[in-house]
Design a protein around this ligand. Structure first.
Ligand SMILES: [Zn+2]
Length: 344
């Protein structure tokens, strides 16, 4: 069991190696970077290394087989706290953070460290952020807090200044393909490569797009929006809404699918921008390129920024639990409005 399966972040692994060798593990980390590039895997690997009961003091690799390692993998280790935003909330509740800080202040149950990994840390509100400050200012002995988010700007300066910030970059296509194969998410090397080329450096996106139903819907949505005569906004909003609700029973699945589709639209508009700048769109998919080319013929670059910006707003609304039907109706209306002003 080694850090080898933490792919694409070799320089960060080196940073951790130095930290462990020096014997001075920071009490708080802030991991930032795009979604789906391995921040959680990295955090858990660090926790496993520190909670491994057989690892030599200055070694980096957890053994993978001792009770400590096994319990970290199974998420049952008494010194590993995992916290994320509840699915029906748009913020990390203050109660959850207070409870976490209290537990973190207790003596480790088994070894010398107690770890807390906080996912969705972008969703800390000011009150919850402030609840961390005492723990950050006077860290309990042996405690290690890892906050995982996307942008350092999303955090209060008082948090950032007390954390060791590690920045995670997008993965290369080769790393995405290797991760898909490692986890048996692709049936062949060729399929893994194809998925990786569409992933924009995110394993999560590669997995989402591997769903043929989603890929087909995405294709239809792109064609419709790029159609030279404009598109039927209320009809498209209805179809997207229905499709998202078909993702499963729970609202969280509807919102996840909605965010994937909106993320894809942002990718499409990015391609249009490249096209208007006279460059080939970054997507290797010929159909994506056709859609981008067609939109570029009717759009000025400033329109493309508006389109992308409108999608980013819609994604934020979805994360704030706004009703999906309303989000799609208003998004489709606005996209149509921006696009149709250029259709003569
Ligand atoms: Zn171990």
């Amino acid at each position: 069991m080694s850090w080898q399966n933490v792919r694409g972040h070799e320089s960060l692994v080196e940073t951790i190696r130095h930290v462990i060798e020096s014997g001075r593990l920071p009490h708080a980390f802030l991991f930032v970077g795009p979604e789906g590039v391995g921040k959680h895997t990295f955090a858990r690997k660090l926790a496993q290394a520190m909670l491994c009961e057989r690892r030599g003091e200055a070694e980096l690799d957890p053994c993978g087989i001792c009770p400590g390692c096994v319990q970290v993998s199974a998420e049952t280790h008494p010194d590993l706290l995992l916290v994320h935003r509840p699915e029906d909330k748009h913020e990390l509740p203050i109660q959850t953070i207070r409870e976490l800080c209290r537990t973190l202040s207790l003596k480790p149950a088994r070894g010398s460290h107690r770890f807390a990994i906080v996912a969705d840390a972008d969703d800390l509100n000011e009150e919850s952020s402030n609840a961390f400050l005492k723990t950050l200012e006077e860290p309990p002995p042996g405690s290690v807090l890892i906050l995982i988010g996307t942008e350092p700007e999303a955090f209060l300066d008082t948090i950032v200044s007390r954390c060791r910030v590690l920045r995670f970059e997008r993965l290369s296509d080769d790393d995405v393909a290797a991760i898909l194969l490692d986890r048996n998410l692709a049936e062949s090397a060729a399929e893994a490569e194809r998925m990786a080329r569409l992933s924009n450096g995110s394993v999560r996106r590669a997995i989402a797009l591997a769903d043929p139903v989603l890929a087909e819907f995405r294709r239809g949505m792109f064609e419709e929006i790029a159609s030279p005569g404009g598109f039927d906004a209320p009809g498209l909003a209805r179809r997207v809404d229905t499709f998202c609700r078909e993702a499963g029973k729970e609202g969280v699945l509807h919102r996840e699918r909605a965010c994937v589709l909106i993320g894809e639209l942002v990718g499409l508009f990015r391609g249009v921008l490249w096209q208007t700048a006279g460059l080939a769109p970054p997507s290797p998919d010929p159909d994506d390129r056709d859609a981008a080319r067609s939109l570029a013929e009717t759009c000025e670059p400033e329109d493309v920024f508006l389109l992308a910006e409108r999608c980013v707003d819609a994604e934020a609304q979805i994360k704030r639990m706004t009703n999906l039907t309303l989000v799609f109706e208003s998004l489709a209306h606005d996209l149509d409005h921006i696009l149709s002003k250029n259709i003569s």
